[in-house]
Structures are given as C-alpha cells and as structure tokens.
Design a protein around this ligand. Structure first.
Ligand code: ASP
Length: 290
C-alpha cells in the first residue's frame, strides 16, 4: 500500500458560510492534499507531512485554527494543537497558547522533547526559544470571528477545527489536530484537540484526528479507544463508527478521520458537514464538504 493522507476542516452544520465559500474551502483542501502528496512522493515521513498540512490550514484564515480561529468570550484567541507519531507513540501538544502563529509546530517541538503537553506561557517560551514565529494575540482575530462571537453563530456553522492523518511510504502513521476551541468558550477552557487519546491518536495500526463537541470526545476517550478497537480486531470503519456512537450517547456530535496501516480510510461524522479530503499515491486529491 502506497502513502496516503487524509485531512479534515471541522465537523458542523452545512450553514450559509459553507454554502457560500464551500468552493474555496474545497480548493484549499485540494491544494493541501496535493502539496502533502508531493512531499510523500519525495520520501518525507508521516509526521513531517501532517505538521506541514495542518500548518497550511492554520494559515488559511477561514478555519478554526491559528490565524482566524474562534474567539473566547473575552474576544481573545487561545490555540491548542497536538501531534502523534505512530511508530513509537511519541506525542506532543500545546494548549491555551496566545501568541504562537502555528501551534502545530509548537506541538511538534514538544514531541521532540521529554514532555507531552505544555500550556500557556511556558509553551510560548519554548516556541520562542526555538525561533517559531510569534504574533500579538490581536493579530489572530478576524472580523469574521468577531461577528461570530457577537451572534454566537457557532452552533449553526461549520466549526473549522483542522486535522490530518498520514501513512508514509515506509508504512509509518502520524496524526495532528489544531483548534481555537469553541466560539465563545471561557478563557482557559481546553477541548479534546490537544489531548492525546481524546482528539488525536497514532499507533502502528491507525492514526486518528477528531473534531466536534470536545467535552464529549474527552469523556468518551475517542481517539485512543478507536485504536483499541482496531487492536482487538475491528476494522478501522467499525472502530470509527463505534466511538462516534459513544460520543452520541454522551450527547455529543462531531466527526473524525482515521487512516489504517493498510491504507483503510474512515471519515464518519454525525453533523451535517465535515469538509474533508483524501489523497492516495498515484491519484488526485478527492474532497467532500458534507
Ligand atoms: N473539538 C474542538 C474543541 O472542543 C472543537 C471542534 O472540533 O470544532 O475544542
């Protein structure tokens, strides 16, 4: 099985914004997939490829990650991200960072060190020491997100958390997820995205990135549990359906992307829409919105 990459841009409603800008969103995902495909063809490893893909999505401005992320109730931005490498289960994450332009790069830095999860100013210092780009918090704030905070439009719109899972040419898996959390969340609230085992997981068999009602995903232990089901013999698709059903039993909704070591792809969601796409060796990127 050749290399493959799957990306998502958040589970949510198929609202007016997605109807209006869906073509552009699809185009962004297609170009992210095409760039990742080129890197995979050049022999880059899965971790490097998911970090690069998520970094591009963090920069786009219309996704809920990095620049243009959702605002907290006080109008500021708090960003979180995580990455995991399947081969050795090395993991890194940052939560509640306010100045790191690309939180996924900070998560990658944490992975390279001894800790797994760093928060707030300590995570920002680490990023600064490594030369990552820092921004004023206000530079992340877009007029679009200001308007969404005013109307608390989140429930009716696609949420835009981003993630990627990848299988490289050596059969190695990796996953990454990045978010600004939930529109209007209290400062300090952390969802599932930076939590390894909840919003992100990768082992030797499967890589997972989640999106949706973070509290339910945490309580269901979604991403790790999916890996456990696969370990016990379930197909990637069965495992994905099972964990999403558990999220539903807890009153939550959302979606996930999962990629198995044989190249099996599963992308279930319980919302109206989840922009997502797949690229496989030798093929063209395929993208869906709902
Ligand atoms: N899961 C994210 C969180 O709870 C939000 C999302 O995926 O839209 O922070």
């Amino acid at each position: 099985m050749g290399p493959a990459i799957v990306v998502h841009a958040g589970a949510g409603a198929y609202g007016a914004e997605l109807r209006e800008h869906g073509g552009e969103v699809a185009e962004v995902l297609r170009s992210v997939l095409a760039a990742a495909g080129r890197r995979l063809a050049e022999g880059f490893d899965a971790l490097t490829v998911v970090v690069g893909a998520v970094e591009t999505m963090e920069d786009y401005g219309r996704f809920n990650a990095g620049y243009g992320a959702a605002l907290c109730s006080d109008g500021t931005v708090e960003l979180s991200a995580s990455v995991m490498r399947g081969a050795d289960r090395a993991a890194g994450a940052v939560a509640g960072v306010r100045t790191v332009r690309n939180p996924v790069r900070a998560a990658e830095l944490v992975l390279a060190g001894e800790q797994v999860l760093m928060i707030g100013e300590a995570a920002e210092s680490l990023a600064a020491a490594a030369g990552l780009e820092l921004w004023e918090n206000s530079a992340f704030v877009t007029e679009r997100q200001r308007a969404r905070l005013r109307t608390l439009a989140e429930a009716a719109e696609s949420r835009g958390t981003v993630g990627a899972v990848c299988l490289d040419g050596h059969g190695r898996l990796a996953a990454a997820t990045s978010t600004g959390g939930i529109n209007g969340q209290p400062p300090g609230r952390v969802g599932d995205s930076p939590l390894v085992g909840a919003g992100t997981w990768a082992d030797a068999r499967v890589a997972v990135s989640c999106t949706g009602d973070g509290e339910a995903f945490i309580r269901a232990g979604v991403a790790r549990r999916l890996g456990g089901h696969v370990e016990s013999g379930a197909s990637v698709a069965e495992a994905a359906e099972r964990v999403l059903a558990e999220v539903g039993e807890l009153g939550g909704a959302g979606g996930l992307i999962a990629l198995g070591v044989e190249g099996e792809v599963s992308m279930p969601f319980s919302t109206q829409a989840m922009p997502r796409g797949v690229w496989r060796a030798g093929g063209e990127p395929e993208v869906w919105l709902s």
